[in-house]
Write a protein that binds this ligand. Structure first.
Ligand code: ACO
Length: 427
């Protein structure tokens, strides 16, 4: 029997259906609420609002669970590659050997950038943030490539490959061009992650080997970032996409949303915070006190999450990768020592314990990226490259829905009541 929720408003009683997900999550379906009562709901920050039913990613913030298409992220990080995980997210199933081979080939084929598009890079001021450049350039893709109709598996994979591949090229390009360096295109014999390093490190005068440990670490980094259900940037992609704009524009909006320091920009902000702590003689306590001070807007970057009220499962994995990578390279990063000490202090501090604030994925990921030789202002771009499959999968889920609706929230108006326009001499 369908479970219902009963809402009493004065002498009016209405029943609202309860929707139950495959993992037992429950939601009161309020779609008929306004029609039946004239009321809307109020939920700033949408912390209690489900905006869709989804088959892509499951997370349980209380238990620290994250699964893509049912597969635990820990298993994917251990056994899969970013390319295979991307295929899984968008197509719903792991690829066969043949499908994976074809998809990998597509990724190389789609990596070229129109020469006219390349010329845009030179017009950005030299200090432009790579996230701003990337968002603009992805939006510009629509002027160079056809609108995408992804109504069959082949078209879906071409679309995904085009975005994943071009975004990787454009990301490296924004960095290389900002430094006045030439840009190399990927090599067909390299995998997706190796090609990223090949392009990033490429120099006509200096050969640099690609370390397989780096390739493994980058695969894990991108797998962990590949999707995270209805977060800020993914909701932006769905919302902008709901106006039936082209996919490039929707993804461009997602990149812009991700840029913020409360969201994907936190990976850069964490490193900047750790550097500041180091510059202040490594004294952590004043930063912790500042974060607890309600009159101070400062927050400990890399801590807290809207959904996870326990340790972010991605943070656990990336922390391990961080230790393993630095140990294999026989190197030490003083920022890791500060990060570990910071986490240790925070884990015993009643404020952070009471608020359920644990490290999130961004806390250790920047230290990994530093070890891989990625410049700090590129960190959020690295996140964006990783999130591409998730954005495409989520956009597609909306686009495939025959009841796909325009996102259009409501408000409670608290402004001035009706009044007359005053001519200039009467104001
Ligand atoms: N440092 C200090 N206090 C914090 C922090 C923090 N990092 N995060 C949350 N709080 C406190 C708030 O001050 C608030 O306290 P109060 O209830 O006593 O007023 C309480 O915890 C709840 O905070 P909200 O902002 O309401 O929680 P929300 O769920 O909206 O915040 C967010 C989640 C934005 C991630 C927050 O924890 C934060 O700002 N963290 C730092 C930035 C960061 O690391 N972002 C990356 C998130 S992961 C990702 O997007 C990839």
């Amino acid at each position: 029997m369908q479970e219902t929720a009963t809402l009493t408003l004065g002498d009016k009683v209405i029943q609202l259906p309860v929707i139950i997900g495959s993992e037992g999550e429950r939601a009161v379906d309020i779609r008929s609420l306004r029609k039946k009562t004239g009321l809307i709901t109020m939920d700033p920050g949408l912390a209690n609002t489900g905006i869709c039913k989804s088959q892509i990613t499951f997370m349980d913030g209380e238990k620290g669970i994250l699964r893509y298409r049912g597969i635990p992220v820990e298993e994917l990080a251990e056994n899969s590659t970013f390319v295979e995980t991307a295929y899984l997210l968008v197509n719903g199933e792991l690829p066969s050997e043949e499908q994976l081979k074809e998809f990998s080939l597509l990724l190389t084929e789609q990596s070229l950038i129109h020469e006219d598009l390349k010329a845009f890079y030179g017009k950005f001021p030299s200090r432009s943030h790579p996230m701003g450049i990337l968002s603009s350039m992805v939006n510009a893709l629509r002027s160079f490539y056809k609108d995408l109709k992804i109504d069959n598996e082949e078209a879906i994979n071409i679309t995904l490959a085009r975005l994943m591949s071009k975004v990787r090229t454009m990301a490296v390009m924004s960095y290389k061009i900002s430094r006045g360096h030439t840009v190399a295109y990927p090599k067909p014999e390299y995998c997706y992650c190796s090609n990223f390093f090949y392009m990033l490190y490429h120099s006509p005068v200096r050969k640099r080997e690609i370390n397989p440990l780096f390739v493994k670490a980058l695969n894990v980094f991108w797998i962990l970032h590949a999707d995270h259900e209805q977060n800020c940037s993914t909701s932006a992609v769905r919302l902008v996409g709901s106006g039936r704009v082209n996919l490039y524009a929707a993804i461009s909006a997602g990149i812009a949303a991700l840029w913020g320091p409360l969201h994907g920009g936190a990976n850069q902000a964490v490193i900047e915070m750790l550097i500041k702590i180091r510059e202040k003689g490594g004294k952590i306590k004043p930063f912790i006190e500042k974060a607890k001070n309600k009159k101070d807007p400062f927050r400990l970057m890399g801590f807290g999450h809207r959904v996870y009220k326990t340790y972010d499962p991605r943070a656990k994995i990336i922390k391990k990768v961080c230790h393993e990578l630095l140990a294999s390279l026989k190197t030490n990063d003083p920022l890791l020592d500060i990060a570990l000490e910071l986490e240790e202090i925070v884990s015993k501090d009643p404020y952070f314990m009471d608020h359920h604030l644990y490290p999130n994925v961004d806390f250790y990921s920047g230290i990994v990226l530093r070890a891989l030789g990625v410049p700090t202002n590129m960190f959020t771009v690295m996140f964006a490259i990783g999130r591409m499959p998730g954005w495409v999968a989520q956009w597609k889920e909306d686009a495939d829905d025959p009841k796909w609706k325009l996102y259009r929230p409501r408000q409670i108006y608290i402004g001035k009541n009706k009044r007359s326009y005053l001519p200039m001499d009467k104001r």
